[in-house]
Design a protein around this ligand. Structure first.
Ligand SMILES: Cc1cc2nc3c(=O)[nH]c(=O)nc-3n(C[C@H](O)[C@H](O)[C@H](O)COP(=O)(O)OP(=O)(O)OC[C@H]3O[C@@H](n4cnc5c(N)ncnc54)[C@H](O)[C@@H]3O)c2cc1C
Length: 379
């Protein structure tokens, strides 16, 4: 049985918030420090597959998430001109896959946490170990002492820097645009994520509840490439001008301010991401390209696994060793698969595109099976 008294979590994103909630539910004190002063996830949607929604169910969040977001039943792929390549069923589990606004999901998780265990507007600076305690130093001269520290502070984690050094994440040559619009095309089938694959670029969309459509585009670009002088929206309109309906319409009905642009990175997987009573979780530990839509799902899985280990092991360092050994292989595999899919998405040669599209049609059953295995995983 555990004897950890207090766990400090850095970062109140989806991973940090899910971990705090999981710990809170088993009666462990968890304090989350989030650097932003007001909670605001980026204005975009997110897909969570059954491997993550079963955790949301355990955390008693799924029912509310289904009220806010939409169920997802199918993942359908098309060529740039709108020819169907594959239509994969992603339902059929005891819990549904969902698509939801990120801010709605984050709010649902935070709402269930006791106020005194969540501190906004405090940025982590460093930690020190004193015997078996961890002292955490935050901005505004605040310090806090805990029995263990979890860095859930994302891709550019400062906790990770202190543990393993300042290696930069790897830019993978693609940038993502994400948009929100109230325009739902008549042809849209509820429950479908529709993804169109072009030459070095792609475009997808899905509804995320309350009459909102979330779309995303991935394009080849240089790191930090500035917007064109015509502006982000017009640039996208030109890029996707001759793509299948309803892609041009989705971009046209989106306000420029509702279009986000994010360069895409990952990192080589670590052999270990804990040191004694300090560990990492979510993107801080294993950032991946979003090509499989699994980054947040992995952070949510991590949350329950680390909680179970802290429950089972009286020693935090032992608990983190166990957590890591349970998570390393699964997350490594998904980081690597996401990178491989990213490479296929970047193909520009017409012949290779024809081969890719043909293979997708031929191997649809195998793809569906692979996705089912991935989504059937239960922590
Ligand atoms: C274009 C795109 C689409 C995606 N789509 C999906 C999808 O459909 N499904 C899916 O599962 N995943 C998706 N992902 C991946 C997903 O967004 C991430 O994997 C997920 O957000 C990771 O959660 P996290 O809590 O680990 O990190 P983050 O979400 O990055 O949260 C980290 C938190 O830590 C805070 N923080 C950072 N530094 C400090 C500090 N020094 N002190 C205090 N707080 C700090 C930040 O403010 C932030 O709130 C997508 C990613 C991208 C880029």
């Amino acid at each position: 049985m555990h004897s950890h008294k207090k766990i400090i979590i850095i970062g109140g994103g989806i991973g940090g918030a899910a971990t705090a909630l999981a710990l809170h539910r088993i009666g462990l004190e968890a304090v989350v420090y989030e650097r932003t002063a007001t909670l605001r996830e980026v204005g975009a949607g997110i897909a969570l597959w059954a491997n993550a929604t079963h955790v949301l169910k355990k955390l008693d969040v799924l029912e509310d998430a289904l009220k806010e977001g939409d169920r997802v039943t199918n993942y359908q792929f098309f060529s740039q001109r709108g020819k169907e390549l594959m239509n994969l069923r992603v339902d059929g589990f005891e819990v549904p896959a969902i698509a939801i606004h990120r801010a709605d999901l984050q709010a649902l998780l935070w709402r269930k946490l006791p106020l005194e265990q969540t501190v906004l507007g405090e940025s982590f600076e460093r930690f020190e170990r004193h015997k078996d305690k961890v002292i955490t130093y935050l901005t505004s001269n605040l310090t806090d002492e805990g029995d263990a520290l979890i860095g859930a502070d994302g891709l550019r984690s400062r906790v990770r820097v202190q543990l393993f050094g300042d290696a930069k994440p790897i830019y993978r040559g693609m940038t993502a645009y994400r948009g929100l619009t109230n325009y739902i095309p008549d042809s849209y089938k509820p429950g479908y994520i529709c993804e169109f694959l072009g030459a070095g670029n792609g475009f997808g969309f899905v509804t995320i509840g309350k009459g909102r459509m979330y779309w995303y585009a991935a394009v080849k670009a240089l790191e930090g490439q500035p917007d064109a002088s015509i502006g982000r929206k017009q640039e996208l309109q030109e890029m996707f001008r001759d793509w299948a309906i309803p892609i041009p319409e989705l971009i046209a009905t989106t306000d420029e301010v509702n279009i986000l642009k994010t360069d895409l990175y990952d990192r080589p997987t670590l052999r270990s991401w804990s040191l004694a009573n300090v560990t990492l979780l979510g993107d801080a530990a294993h950032p991946m390209l979003p090509t499989m839509g699994q980054g947040a799902c992995m952070a949510i899985e991590d949350a329950v696994v680390v909680t179970n280990c802290l429950l089972e092991q009286s020693d935090s360092a032992e608990a983190f060793r166990q957590y890591e050994s349970l998570r390393l292989l699964r997350t490594k595999k998904i980081v690597e698969q996401s990178l491989q899919i990213g490479k296929v998405a970047r193909i520009e040669n017409r012949v290779f595109i024809a081969v890719r599209n043909t293979l997708m049609k031929l191997l649809a059953q195998q793809f569906e099976k692979d996705y089912q295995i991935l989504h059937a995983y239960r922590v």
